[in-house]
Design a protein around this ligand. Sequence first.
Ligand SMILES: Cc1ncc(COP(=O)(O)O)c(C=O)c1O
Length: 398
Amino acid sequence: MPHRSGRHFLQIPGPTNVPDRVLRAIDRATIDHRGPDFGRLGLEIFEGLKAVFQTAQPVVIFPASGTGAWEAALVNTLSPGDRVLMFETGHFASLWNKMATKLGVSVELVPTDWRRGIDPAAVEAKLKEDKQRQIKAVCVVHNETSTGCLSPVAEIRKAIDRAGHPALLMVDTISSLASTDYRHDEWGVDVTVGGAQKGLMLPPGMSFNAISDKALAANKTSKLTKSFWAWDEMLTMNKVGFFPYTPATQMLQGLVVSIEMLHEEGLDNVFARHGRLAEATRRAIKAWGLDIICRDPKYYSPTITAVLLPEGHDAEAFRALALEQFNISYGASFGRFTGKMFRIGHLGDVNDAMMLGGLAATEMALALANIPHKKGGVQAAMDYLVSQHGSAAKQAAE
Ligand SMILES: Cc1ncc(COP(=O)(O)O)c(C=O)c1O
């Protein structure tokens, strides 16, 4: 592959751009993972992660991609044959279902058209039907990365409570954590699954479980086979900043810096920035006259927007052309939308000007690929961003 000048526009919904400051932290020499410096690093990380998950409860870290943390959530809380309720919001919800089924859990998968988030009323209805209280867990993908639909976790919690059902609530926040408001404790989530490579701006390869007391109690009786993923030894060693097996030292050195950066910006500002970039992206897409996969604005994702191409246009060919001509990558298409959509990521270490660069490349690629669209998407995004900065500037002056 010949050199392409300038920075690549990594407009996929994760792994995201790793900031130079995090790269420099990862670049440091290896330290002894049983030594005092590591212990201090570990304790700082476990404390820092609590603020990110908005929890006072423990967060365990696995040297694995997000899929590992999915497995850890299931095997630590459930027993063979346990019933679990899942919602097929898209590709990732389908994969979690597939994993649970392989592990010997009995999943009821509620279908959707992949164009909306979970309706809390459907959760309530399903749980009310379960008179014997056999459902042990409700598993929710907070932000369905394959479609750009966000499910309302706080409302789902209320729906479970209205049904008076004791099921655990497990939530996958792999593409929402540290990008949009998420409250493990306040929303009564029992296991939150997180990943390093999106809002936390780290390379892939590290993932998390935030664990409630109720999940810890379920762990005591759960019978699914677990060893590498077992929480108990992790939690014991984590209390003093260490791990039961060799941790991903350099990744943890990066994590401490990424948490620091999130706090320097302020989590509320991080969430507002993601909301702003998402809205700018949607305004561009609407100005182009193209359809957003997520049909209902109440489910719009703050981190990824999937764009449906007009009938007869191949999204994979479009992605290849955009990469070749403008050095930009979009998320691929999955399942029922294979070849029909491309996904624009707007999460992690990205600012307004970077986003506009990505949208400008997209508008040019649409023209070059002869995809019917109107001009002016980038202008619409710019107008929106200016209006947001304008109101912020006015507020600061008052
Ligand atoms: C919502 C969601 N869940 C789970 C996963 C799987 O994580 P990983 O690919 O890191 O194993 C992803 C990956 O993008 C995801 O977006």
